[in-house]
Design a protein around this ligand. Structure first.
Ligand code: SAM
Length: 284
């Protein structure tokens, strides 16, 4: 029979040997999942026995983590804006830094009763759209993604979080073919230059889908496409908020300027890095 203490010690040793800095925390979270407990319920119960089934599940999870599969992908879920999102093989694993964009979006519509129309281009799990709708109960939203697997996961997330009546999702190539206009458009497009992808942590380079990462040779392809679509898709007085890489503010500002859009502000994330920019049509 294996105890919680023994299982955690062995797993932390294996993950440490795989150079995973969060070895102890990851082991605790995964053991809790294997035992159908909350992570806090594993704490301080080192003497408790783990069933043979749970030990087998735990070993399989630790083997995945040794291969640098992120904990969120092993669990199949990720918390974002205090909401739980299902992940799939086609979706990006949402990043805490993208909450900067949600925060900026809410500041553009500070009145909780505002009934604005929201568009999320490259919606992935639907995390940006659904987080904003969770704070603005009169708003409605459309999420677009080029990958069917993302649309399916986003719809399931909207259902489970009870936003299905206000959030629709459809397959599409950025804004191509959309005929409606929107008061607020958000997008976290793929913005990593192709040659940079292999240099990222294995959790990202091997396990996030390439379609969610690659921004072409200079990382800016998606912004070129978005800049073409935004002026047509923004309703009068509308605003768009785009996530950017930490060093892309001036390049993206220039792309938007050439498309007739001006950048009114740039928001930084908790680390102080440029994270998203707010843009709207230039005044004539
Ligand atoms: C960086 S991920 C962002 C996902 C999600 N919004 C988030 O913040 O976690 C970029 C998303 O854009 C989608 N995408 C890539 N090319 C696209 C295109 N041409 N049209 C629409 N979506 C696209 C990808 O499938 C991916 O879901």
């Amino acid at each position: 029979m294996t105890t919680i203490g023994e299982a955690l010690q062995d797993a932390a040793r294996r993950l440490g040997a795989a150079k995973i800095e969060s070895a102890r925390l990851d082991a605790r979270v995964l053991l809790a999942q294997a035992m159908n407990l909350r992570p806090e319920d594993v704490f301080g119960r080192e003497e408790r026995f783990v069933s043979a089934d749970a030990v087998a599940r735990f070993h399989s999870m630790i083997s995945q983590r040794e291969n640098r599969v992120p904990v969120s992908r092993i669990l199949g879920r990720r918390e974002f804006w205090s909401l739980e999102f299902e992940l799939g093989p086609d979706t990006l694993d949402p990043r805490p830094d993208s909450e900067t964009l949600v925060d900026a979006a809410l500041q553009t519509h500070p009145n909780p009763e505002d009934a604005f129309r929201l568009l999320d281009l490259g919606t992935g799990t639907g995390c940006l759209l659904l987080a904003i709708l969770s704070e603005r109960p009169s708003a409605t939203g459309l999420g677009v993604d080029a990958v069917e697997g993302c649309i399916e996961v986003a719809r399931r997330n909207a259902d489970r979080l009870a936003f299905a009546d206000r959030a629709k999702f459809q397959l599409g190539d950025w804004g191509v073919g959309l005929e409606q206009q929107f008061d607020l458009i958000v997008s976290n497009p793929p913005y990593i230059a192709d040659h940079e992808i292999a240099k990222l942590e294995p959790e990202v380079s091997r396990h996030d889908p390439r379609r969610a990462l690659t921004g072409g040779t200079d990382g800016l392809d998606a912004y070129q496409a978005l800049a073409t679509d935004l002026p047509r898709l923004l309703a009068p007085g509308g605003i768009a908020i785009l996530e950017i890489g930490y060093n892309q503010a001036s390049d993206v500002t220039e792309i938007l300027r050439r498309a007739g859009l001006s950048v009114s502000s740039i928001k930084t994330d908790l680390a102080g890095q440029d994270r998203c920019l707010i843009t709207k049509p230039q005044k004539l």
